[in-house]
Design a protein around this ligand. Structure first.
Ligand code: FEO
Ligand code: CA
Ligand code: CA
Length: 673
């Protein structure tokens, strides 16, 4: 009865979670500005990599800031680096233990339905979702052995979650479909309920193992959970729908990639590649969708709008104009996505809130500067698509610990970064009347600017980056780090100082220091690491990466309280373990020293996955890390034949499942030290 979807034309360098480049503008690639300097060095040194290395070793603007920071700690990275791996297992340094925890389907609430391919869509609403991503540990009463583990579920692979999918020729994106093109409604429900966020009480037993504890705070937030819109876009004509004629509410959160934690201890889930979920049969689509990659006469990623029975919560994924007004259809449904979603994990009855003033784009995640009493709240967020931007939000009202809450994110200024060739940078305000954002130029008011954040950033001339992913803030120096995962589409003419390589296969990490407080409008920046193999990768001092430090496509990023910089990789399944990526093996996690640039590999994952999501207990004795999409490299034909590239974590002939790793030291010491 079911048949596989015919796979369409798939961009070979587009990972399952990636988004096609949709930035058509031609603002300065700012290579124009820098070209002279870089090319002169290129000619002198013979290769661009050498030029970049020279730039890195001679242009370190933070020497004084670093010298004034904490003392260099020669023992900051205390473990023995591990080699690259292509085995279907998790490897950590000697002296460390790994427990596999809460794989997809683990029951956490309700009747605690057991994980199974036969589990229903409703069951999935009481189980851990799929494709684990950003994560945070919220201690209960300050404990490092008992807390609420909160994690995102970025997307799903239907072939690994439905009994009816077994034996079909389905690739990573494929799904079962009836011959008339419709989809089984319970499969659609299961897929929506496998997205979103899990709140799981986790406690360490006396034997050191972590367990799920049944608790009233255990909760699934999914692609169906009612959510409130807050900030300037809420209640505007951009977001009026049949479901919410006054534009105050929307249903669900999708493609939650990285996360953030607010200074008032709530969780923020990013909405990254949400655009791919919508179909639109209209002949013309405006920039609120086109600039985000929704195309005219397109189908959604999983074709949820084709669920048999036509239930409203599924049909809304068709954003075509069908009714007499936006209040009678879902033409505006995609405008309710692309935000940071605030969740209070301690209150299971709380309604998640989409904070629209942080802008609408493919939010990878968000990172907050340390909050200072009486000063504005500041956070940073990257837009992960090729040639997109890095943003910063500065609140209008000051932070006051006693009363701070999410409403601080509803008033303020959104900025976008411009990196100058001389190592300075500036934040350009995306606000009415600023930088040409006027009604005459197509930006009627703040809501229109925020809904069209990408277009506004184009207009002000922000710097087009090589896919901004996670950010992190150094607790000692205040330096802000961002990973730029890769961008093979950047041409020689588009090279600039902050994105210094054409056909950037391997990515890099940039860092900056604000001129004064985090609310400053100018900053000084440098490249921290160039990812790559021993030929092309470079340490902070410009020396080549050695074998224990080579890596590609940096994505997850976090700096622990002792200033270890944790770097997680996401080499796309289309190139991992092959060609110029073969040397890197499976996706991995490394640790860097922010002062010396020393870099060592800490963990390697199983086949076909990415390492993403990181959280630590307050005592730094337990580290949580996620393994997402093991086995995604299995082709449609191999899946039909039951020949999978990964059976992790169960092994044998099991289907692969995303899961969390719990990492401890045999001697109970601090992780990484
Ligand atoms: Fe979901 Fe940009 O990684
Ligand atoms: Ca990511
Ligand atoms: Ca990625």
């Amino acid at each position: 009865m079911t048949q596989p979807r015919q796979p369409g034309q798939v961009d070979p360098i587009l990972a399952a979670g990636d988004e096609p480049a949709s930035n058509p503008t031609s603002n300065d690639y700012f290579g124009d500005i820098l070209a002279a300097r870089m090319h002169r060095r290129t000619l002198l040194r013979g290769s661009l990599a050498a030029a970049v290395a020279a730039a890195m070793s001679t242009a370190l603007p933070f020497g004084s800031a670093l010298a004034a920071g904490t003392q260099a700690a020669p023992t900051r990275i205390g473990f023995q680096a591990i080699p690259v791996s292509n085995t279907d297992s998790v490897v950590v340094p000697e002296g460390y233990n790994v427990q596999t925890f809460i794989p997809w389907g683990t029951p956490i609430s309700g009747s605690m339905p057991a994980a199974s391919l036969e589990a229903s869509g409703d069951d999935q609403g009481h189980q851990v979702g799929s494709h684990h991503d950003g994560m945070h540990f919220f201690p209960l009463e300050g404990s490092s052995r008992d807390g609420l583990l909160v994690l995102n579920h970025e997307y799903v692979e239907p072939r690994f979650m439905h009994a009816e999918a077994q034996g079909l020729a389905l690739d990573s994106e494929g799904f079962p479909q009836y011959e008339d093109g419709s989809r089984d409604a319970d499969q659609v429900l299961k897929e929506l309920n496998a997205h979103g966020v899990s709140v799981v009480r986790a406690r360490q037993s006396d034997d050191g193992q972590w367990q799920v504890i049944e608790d009233e705070r255990n909760r699934r937030i999914t692609g169906l959970t009612p959510m409130r819109l807050a900030g300037p876009v809420a209640g505007t004509e951009h977001v009026t729908t049949k479901y919410s004629p006054d534009g105050s509410m929307t249903r669900g959160t999708l493609n939650n990639c990285a996360n953030g934690v607010t200074p008032w201890n709530t969780y923020l889930a990013a909405e990254e590649n949400w655009a791919g979920y919508f179909a639109n049969q209209d002949a013309e689509i405006d920039r609120r969708q086109a600039r985000y990659g929704i195309e005219s006469r397109s189908e959604g990623r999983y074709q949820w709008h084709r669920a048999a029975g036509g239930a409203d919560e599924f049909a809304r994924f068709d954003a075509s104009s069908r009714g007499a007004s936006p209040r009678e259809d879902y033409r505006n449904e995609p405008h309710g996505f692309g935000y940071m979603v605030e969740i209070d994990p301690y209150d299971p009855s709380s309604i998640p809130v989409k904070r629209t003033h942080l802008g609408r784009f493919a939010h990878e995640g968000v990172v907050f500067a340390p909050a200072v009493e009486g000063q504005p709240v500041v956070c940073y967020s990257g837009d992960d698509a090729r040639f997109e931007y890095i943003y910063k939000f500065v609140s209008a009202k000051p932070y006051q610990a006693a009363s701070a809450d999410g409403s601080l994110l509803d008033e303020g200024t959104l900025y976008v970064a411009k990196f100058h060739e001389d190592g300075s940078g500036e934040w350009l305000a995306l606000a009415p009347g600023e930088n040409g954002l006027t009604p005459e130029n197509g930006f009627a008011d703040l809501a229109e600017i925020l809904v069209n954040a990408r277009s506004a950033a184009d207009h002000v001339g922000a710097t087009k980056m090589d896919r901004p992913e996670w950010g992190a803030v150094d607790p000692a120096t205040g330096q802000v780090y961002f990973t730029l995962t890769n961008n093979t589409r950047r041409s020689e003419e588009q090279v600039d100082a902050a994105n210094p390589r054409a056909e950037n296969h391997f990515g890099h990490i940039v860092r900056w220091q604000e001129d004064g407080t985090h609310a400053a409008e100018r900053f000084q920046w440098e490249i921290f690491l160039l990812a790559g193999d021993q030929e092309s990768g470079r340490h902070l001092d410009g020396t080549p990466l050695d074998q224990e430090a080579i890596f590609a496509s940096p994505d997850g990023l976090w700096i622990d309280p002792d200033r270890r910089v944790w770097i997680q990789t996401d080499i796309s399944e289309s190139v991992v373990n092959s060609g110029n990526h073969e040397v890197f093996g499976n996706n991995q996690m490394l640790v860097a020293d922010p002062e010396t640039g020393e870099l060592k590999r800490f963990l390697t994952g199983p086949v076909g996955q990415e390492i993403t999501g990181i959280a630590m207990t307050p005592d730094q004795r337990t580290l949580f890390v996620n393994v997402q999409h093991p086995g995604a490299t299995t082709s449609a034909e191999a899946f039909a034949a039951g020949e999978l590239t990964s059976h992790w974590p169960e092994g044998g002939s099991a289907l692969p499942r995303s899961a969390t790793l719990v990492i401890t030291r045999e001697d109970g010491g601090i992780i990484g030290a």
